[in-house]
Design a protein around this ligand. Structure first.
Ligand SMILES: Cc1cc2nc3c(=O)[nH]c(=O)nc-3n(C[C@H](O)[C@H](O)[C@H](O)COP(=O)(O)OP(=O)(O)OC[C@H]3O[C@@H](n4cnc5c(N)ncnc54)[C@H](O)[C@@H]3O)c2cc1C
Length: 289
């Protein structure tokens, strides 16, 4: 461990309001959930923070429950919890696929949805799911509760719209009645960080055929943040031509060369994934004559 543990200070939140107060009175303190990302940064010696707030005991942030028309998933819900949730299975099965692909069993037992969002890696596996599902992030502080659309949450590479004193409380996901699809492309099936992730939603409900949001496509690892491919969605909705949509996609993503992959590989695979998904979802019913 390159960061000396003896120099670190850990505070314990006894309740949510206590956690809000600590966040307000200790500027620069970092909240911790499962610590699976934080521990890696400490081990690499890249994390300069020395004061942490342990949220793990706040069981109210661990609930997964239906609230009217949306599913609320607490920020401390672990991947194991998500995988075993009947509500997630029924309404957001692509989130189960994403959660099952994360790390190994130990990481799934400890890693949380809030931690994946807070960490904000463009390769975070649940993030394209939340983008395609049009989730809402619920934030809290001593100032109160506020909601922000997940698609507005990231403002740049690992930067987000949270105020320093705020905590992620939960994620609200509208029930998705449409067909869902999730694919993670990595070096191998388990314990691999993704090279590309795609999540997509397609409504075949005749009543929603005029809804511009009936096709929703999101990618991870193709830009500094998770992205919604809005122009590609529009191209597909207009005429269903996959070749045109692939061209549009390539014009709206900015993949980079890095240690995990090359920009060219990512462009090629992204276009192939789009075509694979579109081929599977029987687009004929959507194509205008
Ligand atoms: C071996 C290994 C394999 C992994 N494999 C994958 C993988 O396949 N896919 C993948 O996406 N990730 C993977 N990860 C990364 C990590 O496990 C996930 O990002 C996980 O969801 C992080 O959750 P956590 O609770 O451990 O977060 P923590 O490490 O506790 O926190 C991460 C960040 O989020 C912030 N945070 C956490 N909770 C809150 C909150 N409630 N409010 C505000 N900020 C908060 C923290 O301050 C910190 O900045 C892997 C990590 C390891 C070590």
């Amino acid at each position: 461990m390159r960061a000396a543990l003896s120099t670190l200070k850990f505070l314990e939140a006894g309740s949510l309001s206590h956690a809000f107060k600590i966040m307000k009175t200790h500027p620069g303190i970092m909240p911790t959930a499962g610590c699976t990302d934080i521990y890696v940064s400490l081990n690499f010696g890249t994390l300069k923070v020395r004061e942490f707030l342990n949220l793990w005991g706040l069981s109210e942030l661990r609930k997964i429950q239906m609230k009217g028309d949306y599913l609320s998933i607490g920020s401390l819900a672990t991947y194991t919890q998500i995988i075993h949730s009947d509500s997630v299975k029924k309404w957001i099965p692509m989130l189960i696929q994403a959660s099952s692909s994360i790390g190994g069993m130990q990481i799934q037992n400890r890693g949380t949805l809030g931690g994946n969002i807070g960490n904000g890696s463009p390769a975070g596996d649940t993030l394209p799911v939340l983008a395609a599902a049009e989730a809402v992030v619920v934030l809290g502080s001593t100032e109160g509760i506020r909601r922000i659309s997940f698609n507005m949450f990231y403002t740049g590479y690992r930067k987000n719209a949270m105020n320093p004193e705020e905590l992620i409380l939960s994620v609200e996901i509208p029930r998705i009645k449409s067909q869902q699809w999730y694919r993670k492309v990595g070096t191998r099936a388990a314990q691999a960080i993704s090279k590309i992730v795609m999540a997509a939603v397609l409504s075949k409900d005749p009543e929603e055929q005029q809804d511009p949001r009936r096709i929703r496509i999101a990618f991870g690892s193709l830009a500094p943040t998770v992205i919604r491919a809005f122009r590609t969605e529009t191209a597909l909705a207009e005429n269903g031509n996959i070749t045109e949509a692939q061209k549009t996609l390539l014009s709206e993503i900015q993949p980079i060369d890095d240690i995990r992959s090359t920009a060219l590989y990512r462009q090629t695979v992204a276009a192939n994934l789009l075509a694979e998904w579109w081929g599977k979802v029987s687009p004929r019913s959507l194509i205008k004559s």
